[in-house]
Design a protein around this ligand. Structure first.
Ligand SMILES: Nc1ncnc2c1ncn2[C@@H]1O[C@H](COP(=O)(O)OP(=O)(O)OP(=O)(O)O)[C@@H](O)[C@H]1O
Length: 259
C-alpha cells in the first residue's frame, strides 16, 4: 500500500485533546489530523468517546454544560478555541449532520436558505435560489424535491430529510462536514444513498464520519481512527487498519471480540 498515512494537507489538527464531563474524563490526549482528500471514519465500541471527540471539532461540546476541552484544535492552523474565534462562523465552516435527521419545521427551500441568509451569503433572491438549488443538487436531492420546494421539510422520508440536512450544511459553504452516525436511523436503501453521497462530496469538503458500522467505515472512508475507552488506539489507512491492524485492541474489535 503506497498511500501515506500522514495526510499531506491537514485541514484540521488536534493535539493532546482531552475532554471531561465534570470529573469524568471521556477523551484522553487524542492527536489526529484530518485532511481534504480522505474521508475519515471514527469507529469504536459504544461509549468510547467517538461522538464526544467529533463534537470538539466544531465546539459543539460548548453547548453541554459540564463539558470541558483541553489541548489544541486548529482549522487551517487557526486555534478554534481561541477567545476571538466566532463560534457561529466556526460552525458554518465546520458543519455537522446528526444521527436523527433534524430539519426545521419549515419548507424545504427555507431549510436550505436559512443559513446563507443569516450569514449574508447572497445579495439577491435569485442568488439565494441558486445557492439552494446547488446545495440540493450536491446533496443528491434536487430531482426529488425541485417541484415541491415549498412543502415542509419534515414531510420528506427519513433518508430525504437526512440529505436535506446535508444540503443545509453545504449551503453555508463549509470546509469540513462532521457526520455523527448519519445513516443509523435509515433503511438500507437510504443508507446506500448517503454513502454514495459521501463519495461524491469527498475532496470538496473534509469529511469525518462517526459510525458503529465497520462495513460502513470500510466502504466510505480512506482513513479510520479506532477509539477505545477515550483513547485513540490506532489511526491509519482504512484498508490496512481492517486487514492488518497494528494494535491488539484494534484487532479484537474488528474481529468482533467486543462490541
Ligand atoms: N453530556 C454528557 N455528560 C456526561 N457524560 C457524558 C455526556 N456525553 C457523553 N458522556 C460520557 O462520555 C463517554 C463517551 O461518550 P460518547 O457518546 O462520546 O461515546 P460514543 O463512542 O460516541 O458512544 P456511542 O457510540 O454509544 O454514541 C461515555 O462514557 C458517556 O457516558
Amino acid at each position: 500500500m503506497s498511500e501515506p498515512t500522514t495526510p499531506t494537507r491537514p485541514k484540521m489538527t488536534a493535539r493532546d485533546v482531552s475532554v471531561f464531563y465534570g470529573a469524568k474524563q471521556a477523551i484522553r490526549n487524542v492527536s489526529i489530523d484530518v485532511d481534504m482528500e480522505n474521508v475519515t471514519a471514527f469507529i469504536g465500541p459504544s461509549g468510547c468517546g467517538k461522538s464526544t471527540f467529533l463534537r470538539t471539532l466544531n465546539r459543539m461540546n460548548d453547548t453541554i454544560g459540564n463539558a470541558r476541552v483541553e489541548g489544541r484544535i486548529a482549522l487551517d492552523g487557526e486555534d478554534i478555541y481561541a477567545p476571538e474565534m466566532d463560534v457561529v462562523q466556526l460552525r458554518a465552516r465546520v458543519g455537522m449532520v446528526f444521527q436523527k435527521p433534524n430539519p426545521f419545521p419549515k419548507s424545504i427551500f427555507e431549510n436550505v436558505a436559512y443559513g446563507p441568509r443569516i450569514h449574508g451569503l447572497s445579495r439577491s433572491k435569485s442568488e439565494l435560489e441558486g445557492i439552494v438549488e446547488q446545495s440540493l443538487r450536491r446533496a443528491g436531492l434536487w430531482d426529488e424535491v425541485k417541484d415541491r420546494l415549498s412543502d415542509s421539510g419534515t414531510a420528506l422520508s427519513g433518508g430525504q430529510q437526512q440529505r436535506l440536512c446535508i444540503a443545509r450544511a453545504i449551503a453555508v459553504d463549509p470546509e469540513v462536514i462532521l457526520m455523527d452516525e448519519p445513516a443509523s436511523a435509515l433503511d438500507p436503501i437510504a443508507t446506500a444513498k448517503i454513502e454514495e453521497l459521501i463519495h461524491e462530496l469527498r475532496g470538496r469538503y473534509a469529511i469525518v464520519i462517526v459510525t458503529h458500522n465497520m462495513q460502513q467505515a470500510a466502504r466510505v472512508s480512506q482513513r479510520t481512527a479506532f477509539f477505545h475507552l477515550g483513547e485513540l488506539i490506532e489511526y491509519g489507512v482504512t484498508s490496512e487498519l481492517f486487514t492488518n491492524p497494528r494494535q491488539e485492541r484494534t484487532k479484537d474489535y474488528i474481529t468482533g471480540r467486543y462490541g
